[in-house]
Design a protein around this ligand. Structure first.
Ligand code: IDP
Ligand code: MG
Length: 151
């Protein structure tokens, strides 16, 4: 099975109408999208997803923020995809994220850092199962040339 990872477009980016802009980053790079949906995160789902932050003073705010609009969940596939997507995303604090990364280009607030991306292989496996059922993940081949047969 090929390596996969999870990206969430967070509520702040949905509010700011950045869904297309963010998806384009991955598509233009040539990364294969194998799952895609809009969904609402429940309190339970946020607690599972951010279990490592549950005792932080900012957790309640983070939880209500993640539930404030639907999020867009994206499953991405390819060799070394977990690290590649994390690199495209940039570090957690957008003020330190490099220009050219999604967080570096579109955000200034740590809580509202526009996207989530799985941090490592183990996290990616767990998170994909949490956000996608098996029949929501797709197997297909991409053509690597534009089809000009109708021209
Ligand atoms: P990551 O999203 O880069 O993997 P984590 O440490 O797993 O970073 O934190 C998860 C999310 O929690 C961050 O993306 C951010 O939205 C939020 N968060 C992390 N640290 C803070 C903080 O100090 N204040 C507010 N929100 C935070
Ligand atoms: Mg994390």
């Amino acid at each position: 099975m090929k390596e996969k990872t999870l990206v969430l477009i967070k509520p702040g980016a949905v509010q700011r109408e950045l869904i297309g802009e963010i998806m384009t980053r991955f598509e233009r790079k040539g990364i294969k999208i194998v799952g895609l949906k809009m969904m609402e995160m429940t309190a339970h789902l946020v607690k599972l997803h951010y279990a490592h932050l549950i005792n932080e003073p900012f957790f309640n705010d983070l939880q209500s923020f993640m539930m404030s609009t639907p999020v867009v969940a994206i499953a991405l596939e390819g060799a070394g995809i977990v690290k590649r997507v994390r690199d495209l995303t940039g570090v957690t604090n957008p003020r330190e994220a490099r220009p050219g990364t999604i967080r570096g280009d579109f955000s200034i607030s740590v809580r509202n850092n526009v996207v989530h991306a799985s941090a490592n292989l183990e996290e990616a496996l767990i998170e994909l199962q949490r956000f996608f059922s098996e029949d929501e993940l797709f197997n297909y081949n991409r053509m690597n040339v534009i089809d000009y047969s109708d021209e």
